[in-house]
Design a protein around this ligand. Structure first.
Ligand code: IMP
Length: 430
């Protein structure tokens, strides 16, 4: 039995989808435990690229794929994604399991997310507009609807009509828009159709996952977003609305922390961020443009260009601590192939003039202190053997490992499954 958690160590988009897909080869189940369809997990095999927003990427290998109690689900988007997977010949009904305790993203959540961002103007968060924040707010405010509530149709109908009334008042009085009001009856019939399709997949997932653990199975917990989008530990308020840290894999899937056997941190060889918020190593010059174009840094969910910058060791060192990371997978090294010099932030100069190598509470107004290293200036994309890697790249990897305090277990040299070097492949699974 092994329970391995995969988490992003930066601001998301570190390449988790690819690593999850790779490690799923030996997993019996893959679980998502937080977030919703704000995530975009890109997996590439053969010449095909798949972007999954909701269903765990394990589904592409027809592994049991579980949406845990901690996720928020937009049923209209989930059904669209399932239809696409079914067109590819994947038996989704057989492999997908959905928690009866997961929260539903309702139409008002999406509308309010977008209207709130418009209202905020310049100080907007830059959310994905998928209704994620308002859904988690209603969860905590005990005003949410859970997947299991759909199973009792009469109760669902009356809850819908109660909530729609309240949300319509909010729409009209607070947002003061011409948006059409929410019709409880229309939503009821739309959701009845979704239920017809999804009912066979709705189960008590904490029971299922604990049973798999008891049976000695290997389970992968697929984090979404990244450490610094965590609602407690990220760059608040420019964060998502869930806990993205490994600790939440337990709460969001209903297992105890004693079951966890490892935490793999996914580390992009440089840094990116979508949406607003501080980003100390951001490059607004040509180097930033090179990272963006070479790394194809455009959001998988919204298509927005990602902001790009040098590797920030302070961030990743903090992520190693916060998540209890046992080893790291370094991705997108090949994007750095053409640089003469590479920079790594090893400290920040704070606004009071002091230097710190510890992450301060606010990342606003800090100036990175860089360590410079020579680039390797050769094509490394697609290399699959450790001893083919140039010395400068090995030096860069050693430096990252030393600065963040975690050993490197996976090196990714391209987007495809096979473009990966796994050091000691037996370390993850029994
Ligand atoms: P929300 O999660 O849609 O509320 O967006 C909050 C912040 O998290 C915004 O800056 C988004 O761009 C960012 N975000 C949400 N999901 C992802 C992701 O999967 N990758 C990268 N950034 C994300």
């Amino acid at each position: 039995m092994a329970c391995l958690i995969i988490v992003g160590t930066q601001w998301g988009d570190e390449g988790k989808g690819k690593v999850v897909d790779l490690l799923t080869e030996r997993a019996d189940a893959v679980v998502r435990y937080q977030g919703g369809n704000n995530a975009g997990h890109t997996v590439m095999f053969g010449n095909k690229t798949f972007i999954l927003h909701m269903v765990p990427s394990g589904i592409l290998r027809e592994t049991t794929s579980i949406l845990g109690n901690g996720v928020v689900i937009d049923l209209s988007e989930l059904v669209k994604e399932i239809n696409e997977l079914e067109k590819m010949g994947i038996d989704v009904e057989k492999h997908l399991r959905i928690s009866d305790r997961a929260q539903l993203v309702m139409p008002w959540h999406k509308t309010f997310d977008q209207l709130r961002e418009q209202k905020k103007g310049k100080s907007k968060i830059g959310t994905t507009g998928r209704g994620i924040g308002p859904t988690y707010e209603d969860k905590a405010g005990r005003a949410g609807i859970r997947v299991g509530d759909l199973l009792d149709q009469e109760k669902f109908r009356s809850r819908l009509s109660e909530l729609a009334k309240e949300k319509n008042i909010f729409l009209e009085k607070y947002f003061d828009t011409d948006e059409t009001s929410f019709s409880a009856e229309d939503i009821f019939s739309e959701y009845a159709d979704y239920l017809e399709k999804l009912e066979p997949c709705i189960v008590d997932t904490p029971f299922l996952i604990n049973q798999l653990i008891q049976d000695g199975k290997n389970i992968l917990f697929e984090g979404a977003q990244g450490t610094f989008l965590d609602v407690d530990h990220g760059t608040y308020p420019f964060v998502t609305s869930s806990n993205t840290l490994s600790g939440n894999a337990c709460v969001g899937s209903g297992i105890g922390p004693t079951c966890i056997t490892g935490v793999l941190g996914i580390v992009k060889a440089y840094t990116t961020r979508v949406g607003n918020g501080p980003f100390p190593t951001e490059l607004l010059d040509d180097d930033g443009k090179i990272l963006q174009s070479e790394g194809n840094e455009f959001g998988a969910t919204t298509g927005r260009p990602r902001r790009c910058g040098w590797f920030d060791a302070l961030l990743v060192r903090q992520a190693v601590r916060l998540n209890g990371i046992t080893s790291i997978a370094v991705t997108k090294l090949d994007v750095l192939d053409n640089f003469d010099t590479l920079k790594i932030a090893t400290g920040y100069r704070l606004s009071n003039g002091e230097e710190s190598d510890n992450l301060p509470r606010s990342l606003e107004n800090v100036i990175p202190v860089y360590h410079e290293m020579p680039g390797w200036k050769c094509q490394t994309a697609g290399l699959v053997k450790y001893d083919q890697l140039p010395g400068e790249m090995l030096g860069y990897l050693d430096k990252i490992s030393e600065l963040v305090g975690a050993k490197v277990s996976i090196i990714s040299t391209g987007p495809k499954r096979e473009e990966t070097i796994v050091l000691n492949p037996d370390q993850f699974w029994d």
